[in-house]
Design a protein around this ligand. Structure first.
Ligand code: 3PG
Ligand code: MG
Length: 429
């Protein structure tokens, strides 16, 4: 994979795909870890006199502008962290974005509005994605992929744009993949995987893959609820996502293969919609109608901690409960503490998990590696091809970006527009 160090960027407009999908509390950012993780690449591009066009998604808006998902607060935070002005375009490829991009000078940075305001970003139709990718690519002369948290998404800005521009990987993607390689080759065993959090439909199949990789799998969070239901327990008012049939199948497979699939034995529940209180701890066999599972219980927390003792490699994705509410954070805290106590290599995968542990007072340096991508890490560990990595790895002989948009400002007097055909990793044929 070509790295950003090897990409010609001086005097060029460079489109940088980031994962700035930070947890929000209304319009305020509750954890800026993902923004901080982008700074090395952005700073390097600025220092090298690129004109930087940063782009990202935030949340899951439905393919149209939605003020709840604006990236405007992220532009402000980025400016504060970089200590320099950051422009913000109120659309993605519309007239506002185009004029903001046209006004960029070398060393400037503009952030485009949420990519998912454009239906083409997430479309399953190659042509529809391709149209948006054409528009995005026309803004720049080169592309840097550094949104590790979304490399598992076959989205226009992640997958299709790098096929249209000279491209390279940023420092975050390089660091994340280097850490993940420790969990794919010569793994130190026992290897324990802890899974929790939401996005159950995404994560359930991962459990299946992990059955062939990990020695023990501990399950909490919303995904545990699916397994409890699959075991025939009543789960009260808990939201039931995912395919119970599949969960039953994985339980049987785990038993047949001797993989220790550890489920909660007790849970902390609360009445639907009651927020923090009142809460009760019940056995998983005694969840009442109207009760929602909000965390693993204390007995389960102790069980998980003892299962993690002695593991030489631990990967953890997904909080054990609604960890942002203090009354439901004990399970997540217990798992974090078990990782801190471990002598093995520990990795936390996922923006939400990382945000949760920081909120509980843990620091990144207490763990072997804290990844910004949960789903992306899991798919990497499953051995899947990640569209965003594959697109960065793809090489093809193409004309170098040759239009006047590619090079700006005649930076340093050397901004001569190229018109010869050179071999560069991918560009518009
Ligand atoms: C994440 O937070 O997991 C990434 O930003 C990807 O978001 P998505 O699951 O909505 O694609
Ligand atoms: Mg997430």
């Amino acid at each position: 994979m070509r790295t950003v160090d090897d990409l010609e960027v001086a005097g060029r407009r460079v489109l940088v795909r980031l994962d700035l999908n930070v947890p929000m509390d209304g319009s305020s950012i509750s954890d800026d870890g993902k923004i901080r993780a982008c700074l090395p690449t952005l700073q390097a591009l600025i220092d090298r006199r690129a004109a930087v066009i940063a782009c990202s998604h935030l949340g899951r808006p439905a393919g149209a502008p939605d003020p709840r998902y604006t990236l405007a607060p992220v532009a402000d935070r980025l400016a504060r962290l970089l200590g320099r002005p950051v422009g913000f375009a109120a659309d993605v490829v519309g007239s506002t974005a185009r004029s903001a991009v046209a006004a960029l000078r070398p060393g400037d940075l503009v952030l485009l509005e949420n990519l998912r305001f454009e239906p083409g970003e997430t479309s399953k139709d190659d042509e529809v994605r391709g149209e948006l990718a054409d528009q995005l690519a026309s803004l720049a002369g080169a592309y840097v992929g550094d949104g590790f948290g979304c490399v598992h998404r076959k989205h226009a800005s992640v997958y299709d744009v790098p096929a249209r521009l000279p491209h390279a990987a940023g420092y975050l993607i390089l660091a994340e993949t280097a850490a993940l390689r420790r969990l794919t080759s010569s793994i130190r065993r026992p290897y324990a995987v802890v899974m929790g959090g939401a996005k159950v439909a995404d994560k359930l199949p991962v459990v299946n893959s992990m059955l062939g990789i990990a020695d023990r799998i501990l399950i909490g969070g919303a995904i545990a609820v699916s397994f409890l239901a699959a075991q025939g327990h009543s789960v009260g008012a808990s939201l039931l996502e995912g395919d119970q049939e599949a969960a039953r199948d994985y339980l049987a497979k785990a038993a047949a293969r001797g993989v220790n699939l550890v489920l909660p034995t007790d849970v902390t529940v609360a009445a639907e919609g009651s927020g923090d209180a009142p809460r009760t701890v019940v056995s998983v066999t005694e969840i009442q109608p109207g009760q929602m599972v909000r965390d693993i219980g204390p007995q389960t927390a102790g069980l998980f901690a003892s299962e993690l003792t002695g593991a030489r490699t631990i990967f953890w994705n997904g909080p054990m409960g609604v960890a942002e509410i203090p009354g439901f954070s004990a399970g997540t805290r217990a798992v974090a503490a078990a990782l801190v106590d471990s002598d093995g290599f520990t990795m936390i995968g996922g923006g939400d998990t990382a945000a949760a542990i920081r909120r509980l007072g843990f620091t990144d340096d207490q763990f072997g590696h804290v990844s910004t991508g949960g789903g992306a890490s899991l798919e990497y560990l499953e051995g899947k091809t990640l569209p965003g990595i594959a697109a960065l790895e793809a090489e093809c002989a193409v004309p170098a970006a040759s239009s006047s948009r590619a090079v700006i400002g005649q930076a340093g007097g050397g901004g001569k527009v190229r018109d010869t055909v050179v071999t560069e990793p991918c560009g518009r044929p």
